[in-house]
Design a binder for this molecule. Structure first.
Ligand SMILES: [Zn+2]
Length: 109
């Protein structure tokens, strides 16, 4: 097996093997030349990950670039202070706000 690297908190971590499937978890029908690991949460300090590189894969999803950007936005959304999120939603035009709130309800059901 070939080795691989992964970015973790602005550091490149060398993994003992290449865990990539080349498939996006959201749209797996397409074989991709390149995928990204999205970190939903950085649970460990960089020094812990350097000692045990496989920790870098925890809380991740392999995604294509476009879905990675979307996942970054969703992570920002989740991490955002509620007051800021609420104020941001209030800047939406009425139709966008309605669609956004409907999507949230769909996700919660
Ligand atoms: Zn995708």
């Amino acid at each position: 097996m070939t080795s691989s690297t992964i970015r973790y908190k602005r550091t490149t971590i060398k993994l003992p093997y290449n865990p990539r499937t080349g498939l996006c978890r959201v749209c797996p029908d397409k074989k991709l030349r390149k995928t990204n690991y999205h970190h939903w949460r950085h649970e460990f300090e960089t020094k812990e990950v350097r000692k045990n590189p496989m920790l870098a894969l925890k809380n991740t999803a392999e995604l294509h670039y476009g879905h990675h950007l979307l996942a970054n936005s969703l992570r920002d959304f989740v991490d955002m202070p509620f007051e800021i999120l609420q104020a941001l939603v209030e800047t939406m035009d009425p139709l966008t706000k309605q669609n956004f709130l409907e999507r949230c309800k769909q996700l919660a059901s």
